[in-house]
Design a binder for this molecule. Sequence first.
Ligand code: NAD
Length: 268
Amino acid sequence: MINVGVVGAAGRMGRNIIASIEDTEGVALGGGTEAAGHPELGRDLGELAGLAKMNVVLTDDVTALAEACDVIIDFTLPAVSMHTLKAVVAKNKAVVFGTTGFSAEQKREIEQAAQTIRCVLAPNMSIGVNVLFKVAGEVARALGDAYDVEIVEAHHKFKKDAPSGTAVRVSEIIAEALQRNLNEVGVYGRKGFSEGRGEKEIGVHTLRAGDIIGEHRVMFGGMGETLEISHRAQSRQTFARGSVRAAEWVAGQPPGLYDMQDVLGLKE
Ligand code: NAD
């Protein structure tokens, strides 16, 4: 039995992850944390997730959580995840990060920690998006520079980071496939007059509205035709199930930094 702890357990993803753990054989809920002062502290985690009582309560102690669990799943905020990382390193456990919006410096810190601990870091845990990641680079290479790349993402109005971690990752994959430097060719929204589109631009555009769970569209526009790859998440369960699958998988791996392509066996 793998004991899994959830950081950010009362969040949109946290509650779905608790339900996914409850649904998965061979995995047990070892605990859950929230920010100090959170109104739900002390509440039963099963009830918090809209399920039957689990007799495990919400706390604010991530060190005790890391002590009690084999793997921690954390979908919160970059600063919170960096704090989780310290607890996981101190207790020599494994961690799955679904949080998005890490800075380059924070990513380096995670990379460094993963020399001693097992860590999965993935901006999107759905199978469909990870297949999209796999094919987007191939499509970009096959079409080449004559096709303009534009990425459009839409999420709910509460999302804090923009563009989405998924849009960032797909733009990195395409830039690499086309041998472009994303810092030079990435264009984030447009307004006003210009000489027209720069030949090698990779456009990334963010929409925020209502309760949209997550939509991504990658457009390759040529003269006379457009090829699009798109993904729409209809439920957060797709990410939650992916994170529990990642937790089960990483528990059996040697120390290292992995992504969902590793978990799903999508790497050549
Ligand atoms: P949310 O705001 O609903 O949940 C985050 C939770 O973290 C909140 O309940 C908040 O109170 C809690 N939190 C804040 N400080 C904390 C602390 N010190 N200790 C413990 N918990 C703390 O947000 P969400 O929609 O669940 O998304 C969370 C993150 O997951 C975002 O970065 C989002 O982009 C990302 N996300 C990733 C995927 C994926 O597949 N990788 C999918 C969906 C969302």
